[in-house]
Every structure is written in C-alpha cells, then in structure tokens.
Design a protein around this ligand. Structure first.
Ligand code: DX5
Ligand code: ZN
Length: 242
C-alpha cells in the first residue's frame, strides 16, 4: 500500500499528538497552524460532523483544503453513510481518513474504496485508512476489518458532544485492539480520541497508544497554544517511555 511510508514513520515516532483544530481560533487558522508546527506537532485532526450521525454540524472538505501545512491531515468523519462522501476529502489533501464504524452500512466497502485513493499532496503516497470506534461499540467489529485498514481509533467520548469525561474501561479496550492487530500480523496504528486533557494525558499515554487526539487541552484560552502543545507532547512522550 502506498501509505506504507507514512505508516512506518508514524509507528517509528509513536506516540504522536494529533491536534483537534476545531477548537482553534479559526479566524486566524494560519497563525494557529504555525504555532502547532513550531511546537513539533506532526498531525492536524479535523472533526467532520454532519448533524445526522452526530447532532453537531461542523466543517467539510473546503476547511481541510484550506489548511496550508506540512502536518499530516488527519480527517475524522462523523457522517452518515460515508461511502459516497469521501471523494472531496481525498481531493482536499487528507493524509488519513478515519470514519465512524457505526456510521457505515458496509464499512469494509468504505475501506476498500479508500485503499484505491491517491494522496492529493503526493500521488506516490496513499491515504491511511482508519475506523473510529465509540465507547459503547463492541470491539469485535474490528476483527473483520483489520486486514483493510492502517488505523484503529478508540473514542474516549461519545462522538459529537464536547466536554465529556474520558470513558472508563479504555485500558481493556486498548488491550483487546492490540490483540486483534497482533493476530492480523499487520502494521496498524492504534489511536485514542476525545476527553484527553492536561490532567489525564499521562494516564492515557500509559495505555500505549500510537496516536492521541486532543483539541480543547491545546486551545484552552490559558497559556499560548505553542506552550500547551509542547507540554502535551512532552507529557505524552515521557509517560509512554516510563
Ligand atoms: C469528538 C471528536 C474529538 C474531540 C477531541 O467527537 O472526535 O476529536 O473533538 O476534542 P477534545 O480534545 O476537546 O475532547
Ligand atoms: Zn476526532
């Protein structure tokens, strides 16, 4: 798969922070992206919500295209039936497309279509394919799909609503996904998204994810964005190493 180089780079440099951009000052998007780049952030996470799969309506492909950055564009689709809706995000330059496994009547087909997509930033690269799994979804949903993906993202909160507490039982969920990935014999990233804060990032890192998504902990209106990002990255890396 052409995305192998990106996958290998992320696995080798894990854990990585993927920063949720929706809580940024979107009127100064370029400035916010520079601040994250200066802090060494490698991935920018865009939460696409259609108001159907989850109650919020957020942004679409034009917003992803508007992001002028060398950071990997990590697109998280929370949209009803994503199969016919992924094209514009591919054209917008997504490097990773993750969709809610609960949102697709045929998630295997969505992954197959994504597997044939060329990366708009560099046709030689593919697009990393991911499924996002909500806290209430049994993890056996991953088993039949693990041979068609490069990323499994476990949600720590129910998709859409902000300000939720990190779900209990995530350690067991991470362990089960690790088992399923090991059984597949494939290189697959494991991510955690939602409800990660300055207070719990060390605990979350201790679960051993390759990617941690966080938004409001970075754009929280207290210290400046760059120092928040540096602090979250250093806590993530330090805790993972311990
Ligand atoms: C939730 C989204 C998450 C969330 C992360 O539906 O997928 O990416 O917005 O943001 P924080 O870190 O603010 O929980
Ligand atoms: Zn997300």
């Amino acid at each position: 798969m052409a995305a192998d180089a990106t996958l290998a780079r992320l696995l080798a440099s894990a854990p990585q922070l993927s920063v949720g951009i929706l809580t940024a000052d979107l009127g100064h998007l370029d400035d916010e992206l520079r601040r994250l780049e200066h802090a060494g952030v490698a991935m920018i996470h865009t939460d696409v919500m259609d108001g159907v799969f989850c109650p919020m309506l957020s942004v679409g492909a034009p917003f992803v295209a508007a992001q002028r950055t060398a950071m990997l564009k990590d697109v998280h689709l929370m949209v009803d039936e994503p199969l016919e809706k992924i094209g514009p995000f591919v054209k917008a330059g997504a490097d990773m497309i993750t969709f809610a496994v609960e949102s697709a009547s045929n998630p295997h087909r969505v992954l197959r279509v994504l597997g044939d997509a060329a990366n708009a930033n560099d046709p030689a690269r593919g697009i990393l394919r991911g499924i996002a799994v909500s806290p209430g979804t049994p993890l056996e949903v991953v088993a039949p799909l693990v041979d068609e993906l490069e990323y499994v993202m476990l949600l720590g909160i129910d998709p859409g609503w902000g300000g939720q507490a990190f779900a209990p039982g995530m350690a067991a969920r991470v362990a089960r996904v690790r088992e399923l990935i090991a059984a597949s014999g494939r290189s697959v990233l494991l991510g955690i998204d939602g409800g990660v804060t300055k207070a719990n990032v060390a605990e979350v890192a201790g679960l051993g994810p390759d990617v941690v998504v966080t938004g409001s902990a970075i754009f929280d209106g207290t210290a400046d964005v760059e120092s928040n990002a540096r602090m979250m990255r250093s806590r993530l890396v330090a805790s993972a190493a311990s």
